[in-house]
Design a protein. Sequence first.
Length: 609
Amino acid sequence: MATSWTDRAAAAGVVALALALPLAASPFVSDSTFATRLLVAAIGIGVAFLVPSSSPLPGPVRWSLLATVVAFVAAALAGATPVLSLLGRYPRYEGLLTVLGYVGAVAAGARLLNRSRTRSRDLFSSAGALAALITAVTAGLQTVFYPDDRVTALLGNSSVLGTWAAILCCLLGWQLVTERRALWVAGFFASLLTVVLSASRAAMLALAVAFIAAALLRPLTQRQPPWWAGLGLAGAVGLTAWLTPSAHARLAGATPFADATIDGRLQLWSESWQLVVSHPLLGVGPSRFVDAIGQFHTPSWAAAVGPYAPPDSPHNLALQMVSAAGFVGLAAIVAVAVATAVVLWRRRPWDTWTAGAVTAALTAGVSQLFSFTDPVTTTVVLCCLGGALAAPASDQAVGHESRGSRRARHGAAADRRAITVAVVGCGWAVAAALNAGSVLLAEARFSAMITDPALSTPALLTAADVRPGDPDLTRRIGYAVARLAEQGRVEAAPAVPAVTAACRALVSSTECLHTLGDLQALAGDPAASITTLTEALDLDPTNVDTFLKRGVAHAEAGDAEAAERDFTRAVALRPSAAEPWDDLALLYQREGRTVDAERARARADQLRR
């Protein structure tokens, strides 16, 4: 049978979302993985809007999704950086275009994966299975050749890897109830293995919960798996994880950061809740968490976690939503969940795709109670749900009029609506692709400048010209200049004006002020550096890194007493760190306090051991 252009477009969209998206990686030295994923997602969703649809999303789902977008915009406009919140910031770029993309992913699933598109559903499962096999091989190679590193495959983060694999495992597992294709079987076990190799405790817990839920969902489905299958697979996940060294070490708390991760999460959630309480209605605004949370960090956070990897998310989906958009945004998300649940409940008994989508959504939800949203996991699970939510063709003919008379009466209006939706969807896809493409172009230029033998600060700063409205890019370039200036490879002074402007745009950004303070000190202006770093301490009073940097600036300015106070304060905040003692040793040596210098150096060596 001849393949129509519609079928070809649907196949292209399915392959982009199920196969290309999880394998999308960046070839650049700088971090551009999220931009690559957003570009692939924009292409896949955009192609989906070229496919005519006779199975729209139910009205309650559409309206609740619209309410979520409105809440997002309101929170962005009420925040300290409305334009940047709407545009989206590094690293996940979850601005308005990305949020609309998540809504578009539901609509794309309704077009590509509704009940009438059995071939597209099968292709999605096959493409996902192939991606699972490639990912499992990559994860296995990482396990063998880099046994001391967390396994991330091509997804860049072990939690994201484990969550994506768990989502796919749920979808393929239910598909196997209907048909046991060899590729699907291989993909199912490959995704199961990937969850274990990721050593993500959240993903393993989520998958075990999903398997138990699958056993409970059996009465709601048309084709029922054996009653013992879900419980048996949940036990198999636990046993395999316990027998796999890397996963066992994480579960047993034997890895260096296993227990620290749990303690850090608990502290972060507590501090995030304090942030929420102080901004309950509309939150602090999208993409503002990384800058706003510093005010709520405590000395215990400084001692246990430290400032070296500032969190840009609470690592909890509910707290992420409510901190960004307040309880208004959370209410909109809950409305989406309720509308989805009601629609699906009325669709019983479920086919295996719907059961797989529901189980996959549950898996993603449980995992992201300990993690964050991501263009891969969020897009894939929303596409699957969209296919389950799409109204069956028979539902379009409900009423007293015959189907033929309804078409005659409303056909022209329906055509106009379809064209409008397609134009709007494709317009979004073009805008999202251009945005992601500009990020990739800037990263390519940034990477080229870093590796250029004729490296210079002005040349590095030209990478920011590609995205002049992106102060995070300027800040990151400034950070690279500061590190290179420490090595004597470039001059720091030319970057000071650009980073100063970036810090004005990035309101309350401790990270930006750190970079600016470093550049000012390296440019021979310690007084300006002290002023900048004092401002940073007002934003995050327990930040150890700020005290260390300001202590160095005080020492360069010749104020040894102030430098010692800052270094001593850093020691008190983070007793386990060697860096404050290293700085004290250098300060004491410079002041001729040899005995104190030797003691400080010995303490630093002891902490490093």
